[in-house]
Design a protein around this ligand. Structure first.
Ligand code: SAM
Length: 248
């Protein structure tokens, strides 16, 4: 979807704050910092490695990469609202030398063989042309480089009316884990590893709801979270983890 759509619908300043109030400062993805650390530990890169964070959002993962893993990071995001907050925090954290935050579309990368790894958390769902996306990411990686991402996925169609409405109203482009694996292979990735994290997703949402019920929470937010949980419990919404490499 286009940048304007992101900023005026799902990622308005208020929308962003709602996500952060649940997943923690800097995070718009399930499990927040703790989950990001677990995935980042799987990147297995040396200090000073250069990582592209596609759809970096508020920069939570990018800042962890810089402070806890000693990577250099280029964060890319297509929402101006996200980037504005991310940049303010980057400067406040004193990370401007290690983290570069850029506005742009993941479909328009321009540096061949630049990155040791491409990392992305729950951002590809916004991008319809997965073939072009994976071709671009492969091209941007150095030989032997790693792609690691998570994304909202789905069960094979047919879907319930409710799930179809949810996907269409957000302009999401969801895939099954198997479809994702095929798309990555078609693009030329090797050593592809996929994990269905749907159980972890359900546990996270359950914990979120327990916390929401302990504090004075906005009713709309609670309802949105309950709906998210019931989509996951029905098996229509899945959460996938993917890791692959560019041939050395
Ligand atoms: C659910 S948020 C996740 C943000 C961040 N990865 C995190 O874990 O907190 C998805 C992000 O993807 C970004 N995004 C969507 N389409 C994009 C595109 N074509 N290129 C770059 N970023 C995009 C959105 O603006 C948003 O910040």
């Amino acid at each position: 979807v286009d940048s304007q759509f992101l900023d005026s619908n799902q990622y308005t300043p208020q929308g962003i704050s709602s996500y952060e109030s649940i997943w923690g400062t800097g995070f718009v993805s399930p499990g927040g910092a703790q989950t990001a650390r677990e995935f980042l530990a799987e990147l297995d890169l040396g200090a000073d490695a250069l990582v592209l964070d596609v759809g970096c959002g508020l920069g939570g993962s990018a800042f962890l990469m810089a402070t806890e893993f000693n990577f250099r990071v280029e964060g890319l995001d297509f929402s101006r609202n996200m980037l504005e907050r991310a940049r303010t925090r980057c400067t406040a954290l004193g990370l401007d030398q290690k983290v570069l935050l850029q506005y742009g579309d993941a479909l328009e990368l321009s540096a061949e063989g630049r990155y040791d790894a491409v990392y992305s958390r729950d951002a590809f769902l916004h991008i319809a042309s997965k073939q072009r996306l994976f071709r671009n990411l492969l091209w941007a990686l150095r030989p032997g480089g790693t792609l690691l991402f998570t994304d909202y996925c789905c069960s094979p169609k047919p879907w319930s009316g409710g799930f179809r409405n949810y996907v269409e109203s957000h302009h999401y482009s969801l895939h099954t884990l198997l479809e994702y694996e095929g798309l990555m292979r078609e693009a030329g990735f090797v050593d592809i590893e996929t994990r269905d994290l749907s159980e972890q997703f359900i546990r996270t949402l359950d914990e979120d709801l327990a916390l929401l019920s302990q504090k004075e929470s906005d009713e709309t937010l609670v309802r949105a979270w309950r709906n998210k949980l019931s989509r996951a419990r029905s098996g229509e919404q899945k959460w996938g983890f993917f890791k692959a490499r560019k041939s050395p």
